[in-house]
Design a binder for this molecule. Structure first.
Ligand code: NDP
Ligand code: MG
Ligand code: MG
Length: 330
């Protein structure tokens, strides 16, 4: 098994007197900034004038400054704005203000791996990527727990980049759960593959295909929704807690037999071959290029898909059903 790093492996002295600029105050940004601050670190959040997040950060008691000002005083600059904006903000506001010997940090490898950010030689570049949404990174920390993180070093100018990354992971609670060393390449490629083939693209299409099959066969959309979407969480929760085995232990033997008989017809060799092709397009940069150009063109495909997906029948049925589940109400 690969080595995992925990609290006691992290040298807190590496970071305890450092100034950290957290750029962005969204999902990850608010979690990193607040967790680091409560860990005793001097944190400044970097935003732009007129940003909606500015007041939010101030109300949370965090220091806020324009990106350039936050960066010029910082020993570590963690970039937590949307991936597609990082290149521009880096070139305009971060690079001109980064001091020699400072560290540039990321929570995802995309921009370094696909050369949208090209850092100078005289800084450290590392990644601390929580394997969970930002709001969980925050909530788990306040509960004395943590979200596991990946850590990687792209550039080790000071010779301390990995120790710095590990101490940073401790500051956000990551070493409470375990930190795994990886590379920018591995994190970027596995993250993109996972979200496309399995977690997001794979799961949503599987759910919709099941739902449509039942509805087209004349079954009530409500029962198709419960069966294909609602129950997905219950099944995944069991796997999360105890692996596939625990899920199969909990379901009926009839369901387990159906699982063995049918799973491979749903994911046949053709699907596995397509997965390999998708991975190849991630590895050779084709997907990255598509996404970068899509953003430069103002997202025509992304916006059209977002609109048409929002109109799918499963979304309408789901809205009505969830409205009757009081525990889901915000
Ligand atoms: P968000 O979309 O939540 O970030 C939005 C924040 O960035 C807001 O505070 C926004 O301000 C600010 N922002 C937008 N544009 C600028 C700008 N030009 N200058 C300064 N601030 C700006 O990002 P995420 O937290 O989702 O992602 C951040 C990074 O973390 C990415 O690299 C992502 O891949 C990675 N990551 C994200 C995860 C997640 O849970 N979402 C999980 C693991 C990694 P305003 O709203 O006021 O415009
Ligand atoms: Mg991702
Ligand atoms: Mg059933």
């Amino acid at each position: 098994m690969s080595k995992l790093y925990y609290d006691l492996d992290a040298n807190w002295d590496m970071i305890s007197s450092k100034k950290i600029a957290v750029i962005g105050y969204g999902s990850q940004g608010h979690a990193h900034a607040l967790n680091l601050k409560e860990s005793g670190i001097d944190v400044t959040v970097g935003l732009y004038k007129g940003s909606k997040s500015w007041h939010k950060a101030e109300n949370d008691g965090v220091k806020v400054a324009a990106v350039a000002d936050a960066v010029s005083g910082a020993d570590i600059v963690m970039i937590l704005i949307p991936d597609e904006k990082q290149g521009q903000v880096y070139r305009d506001h971060i690079a001109p203000n980064l001091k020699a010997g400072a560290a540039l940090a990321f929570a995802h490898g995309f921009n370094i791996h696909f050369s949208q950010v090209v850092p100078p030689d005289n800084i450290d570049v590392f990644m601390v990527a929580p394997k969970g949404p930002g709001h969980l990174v925050r909530r788990m920390y306040t509960e004395g727990k943590g979200v596991p993180c990946l850590m990687a070093v792209h550039q080790n100018f000071t010779g301390n980049a990995q120790e710095l990354a590990l101490a940073y992971a401790r500051g956000i609670g990551g070493t409470r759960a375990g930190v795994l060393a990886t590379t920018f390449k591995e994190e970027t490629e596995t993250d993109l593959f996972g979200e496309q083939a399995v977690l997001c693209g794979g799961v949503t299409e599987l759910i919709k295909a099941g739902f449509e099959t039942l509805v087209e066969a004349g079954y009530q959309p409500e029962s198709a929704y419960f069966e294909c979407l609602h129950e997905m969480k219950l099944i995944v929760d069991l796997m999360y807690e105890g692996g596939i085995g625990m899920m199969r232990y909990s379901i009926s033997d009839t369901a387990e037999f159906g699982d063995y008989m049918t799973g491979r017809r749903i994911i046949p060799d053709a699907t596995r071959a397509e997965m390999k092709q998708i991975l190849a397009e991630i590895q050779n940069g084709e997907f990255a290029k598509k996404w970068i150009l899509e953003n430069q063109a103002n997202r025509p495909v992304f916006n059209a898909m977002r609109r048409s997906e929002a109109e799918h029948q499963i979304e309408k049925v789901g809205r009505d059903l969830r409205a009757m589940m009081p525990w889901l109400k915000k």
